[in-house]
Design a protein around this ligand. Sequence first.
Ligand code: DX5
Ligand code: ZN
Length: 218
Amino acid sequence: MKTYLSPSILSADFAHLGEDIRLAEEAGTQYLHYDVMDGMFVPSISFGMPVLASVRKITKLVLDVHLMIVEPERYIEEFAKCGADIITVHYEACKDLEKAIEMIRNVGCKVGVSIKPKTPISVLDNVLDKVDMILLMTVEPGFGGQAYIPESTQKIQDMRKALKERGLEKDIQVDGGIKKNNLKMVLDAGANVIVAGSAIFAGDIGKNVEEFLAIMNE
Ligand code: DX5
Ligand code: ZN
């Protein structure tokens, strides 16, 4: 399966966000991961629509918007207007997941659904054929820089198996604690869209992207 890197700008330096994004783009990343937090679904608050609109103006990267907000249905249209290409909502946060999926389709974005580490993959059984991407959280959502939860590897394998059994070829995205040293493991388990925040934006951004891509293209 084709693989994609999605650096999470949550770990970028917001005082020069445009420059950080340019470095990641020039080094060959395909996506950019955009974490929206509301201080309700997760403890922290990050950024929202205006920053996305500014980012949209300076990059052609696929904008992969991860909504960690209560009732994301309320904001799907707004994020699409501001330039999202993919919108991912949490199973745990939606009032009506199927309706949220339909709303994302109607605004012309690709559809992602996400579950937190403790949520079983079976809750997504009814929607697997309706989405483009399943985002498996590999840390508790809310903060960058946490350690990968080891049990996630089995979950990735189970999800890939469940998709295969249904004859579905969907993207599996992993998010949280992904570093160069566990990247191959999550790819082998069946993930093909890789989010990485601190591992990309700490230090030499261009070099980090290149090293990630080299492992992903092995
Ligand atoms: C966490 C966010 C992640 C975060 C990942 O809730 O969804 O996208 O930026 O950061 P790292 O890669 O540092 O774990
Ligand atoms: Zn995220």
